[in-house]
Ligand binder design. Structure first.
Ligand SMILES: Cc1ncc(COP(=O)(O)O)c(C=O)c1O
Length: 287
């Protein structure tokens, strides 16, 4: 049970956690956020998440007067206050109460929420997922904005295609999925991931760092036609780890079954999560 949230640095009862309806996040959809997983009361990889959050604020010209350490302390306070052991933490920064209903206020609004969320079942990892292609690129791709209008609008089409999500492409190149980064595995086990028009996912970064001990890694644009020769494909995100992609539209990736490399990457990510918890407990966390 989540009884408290944090609004502008103050912990308040969930029922009293409110912003006014004139907030620029509502009026113009101007806001950023970040999201991480909490396990055993520990916010996993909080430092890179808070660094990305700070960077998103900077790129969007949103005032954020807190350091990474301040943000970390606020998040920890909220976790402890709720005695929260497992779920997700979302930190949101909006344009605040704008003077002219258009430009962000100097007093942006900062909200921290805790929630439970569903992770894909074991069966989904065993079977892999299908994505549908959609011609689009996220304009301010390095920023985790609150704008998800394109994939939300496509939800019915995704379901009708018996797919789980979308794969954006533009100018013959694929970039990312709605809430995850995209990778292909070539026949020689080289792992390739897109660089342009993508969010710098924390799981993407972890994947590249972990995988380089085992595989050749290439960060470059992925041409649509490269999907046809890929042995495997997978997406990465905080909630999914590495999840195999077995079809894009009606085209099968490789033999249409989840591959060994995707499973290996997912194992490496899971292990690193467990190691992070251990290090945190020993107070030696270096992330
Ligand atoms: C557009 C987009 N790309 C990639 C990701 C994956 O990022 P992360 O690994 O930090 O969860 C997300 C996460 O929500 C996202 O929204």
């Amino acid at each position: 049970m989540i009884n408290y949230y944090c609004v502008n640095g103050k912990i308040v009862k969930a029922e009293n956690a409110k912003l006014k309806v004139t907030d620029l996040g509502l009026i113009r959809g101007y806001g950023i956020f970040d999201f991480l997983k909490v396990e055993k009361g520990i916010p996993l990889f909080i430092e890179p998440h808070m660094e990305r959050f700070q960077n998103s604020a900077k790129e969007m010209e949103l005032e954020l007067s807190y350091s990474v350490e301040d943000l970390k302390n606020m998040v920890m306070k909220l976790i402890v206050k709720n005695d929260f052991k497992k779920g997700g933490m979302k930190i949101i920064l909006t344009g605040g109460y704008s003077d002219d209903g258009y430009l962000p206020s100097k007093n942006t609004n900062l909200v921290i929420l805790l929630s439970t969320f569903k992770v894909p079942t074991k069966k989904v990892y065993q079977e892999g997922i299908k994505l549908i292609l959609h011609k689009h690129f996220r304009e301010i791709s390095t920023v985790k904005t609150t704008n998800y209008i394109v994939p939300i609008r496509l939800a019915k089409a995704i379901k009708a295609a018996k797919a789980k999500d979308v794969l954006y492409h533009w100018d013959g190149k694929v970039s990312e999925s709605s809430r995850s980064n995209f990778f292909i595995v070539k026949k020689d086990n080289t792992i390739v991931t897109s660089t342009n028009f993508v969010l710098h996912g924390i799981t993407r970064k972890r994947t590249l760092a972990l995988a380089k001990a085992h595989y050749k890694i290439i960060e470059k644009d992925i041409a649509l036609r490269e999907l046809k020769n890929a042995k495997e494909a997978f997406v990465t995100s905080t909630t999914k780890g590495a999840l195999p992609v077995v079809a894009v539209d009606d085209f099968k990736i490789g033999n249409g079954k989840p591959g060994k490399v995707s499973a290996h990457i997912n194992e490496l990510l899971q292990k690193q999560g467990k190691d992070y918890i251990k290090e945190w407990k020993n107070n030696k966390c270096s992330f």
